[in-house]
Design a protein around this ligand. Structure first.
Ligand code: PGA
Length: 244
């Protein structure tokens, strides 16, 4: 269960969140709990979660380890700051910052080389769903962003299916719609990396996940967790999701 904080919270707000959140999920051994704050608040988040089961991630990374790339952050830098996870290819990165399937692949490889666990996002936009192209979009994103990994690399990847029209809109995909997409993605994994790997791959659902809909989503066999934006910003709300 991963929280994507996007561009929210100061360092003080980050620390205050974990003071409240950590005790609420202390017994949650059934799930991994991950929070991805902004880059500058990773140290505060790492410090606040010392000795807990909560792990910290970045929201993006660049694919070079260092160099003249003003404004960018590398995998080794995230790792050294105490991050263990990193989101790659979020639809907001694709929409506003020119992310493509090719750069998703480069970032995913860089994350793996730095020893980070990438959470790679895929998902269709509204017009793509309405024109019946959801599966072809997911296949293109999988083929361009993930199929180029070696089996050993792919084994460490978590996929997040996030229909773009459901992000931050309050419109959740119905559990059945989400389940169909997850099943399709898992079939792509099976075709490329084999049935055993497909069964082992974690596929998260994201898009307006809330405490009151998490249970019906998680009841779908192909949904292994969730990537949560808005509802991860408040400690009680995200604890209810982790403890669904
Ligand atoms: P949301 O965001 O839960 O606010 O819809 C999900 C995401 O963008 O990862």
């Amino acid at each position: 269960m991963a929280g994507n904080w996007k561009m929210y919270k100061t360092a003080a707000e980050t620390t205050a969140f974990f003071e409240k959140f950590a005790p609420l999920v202390a017994q949650s051994v059934h799930a991994d709990a991950v929070i991805c704050p902004t880059f500058v608040n990773i140290p505060a988040a790492v410090a606040a979660t010392q000795g807990t089961r909560i792990e910290i991630g970045g929201q993006n990374l660049y694919w070079k380890n260092e160099g003249a790339f003003t404004g960018e952050i590398s995998g080794p830098m995230l790792k050294a700051a105490g991050a263990r996870w990193v989101i790659v290819g979020h639809s907001e990165r694709r929409q506003y910052f020119g992310e493509t399937d090719a750069t998703v692949l480069q970032r995913t490889v860089a994350a793996l080389e730095a020893g980070l666990n990438p959470i790679v996002c895929v998902g269709e936009r509204l017009e793509q769903r309405e024109s019946g192209n959801t599966e072809s979009v997911l296949k293109t994103q999988f083929d361009g962003g993930l199929a180029g990994l070696t089996p050993d690399q792919f084994a460490k990847v978590t996929i997040a299916y996030e229909p773009v029209w459901a992000i931050g809109t309050g419109k959740t995909a119905t559990p059945e719609m989400a389940a169909d997409a997850h099943k399709f993605i898992r079939a792509q994994v099976a075709a490329k990396f084999g049935a055993e790997q497909a069964a082992a791959t974690r596929i998260l659902y994201g898009g307006s996940v809330k405490p009151d809909n998490v249970k019906s989503l998680m009841a779908q066999p192909d949904i292994d967790g969730s990537l949560v934006g808005g509802a991860s910003l408040e400690a009680v709300s995200f604890s209810l999701i982790v403890n669904f």
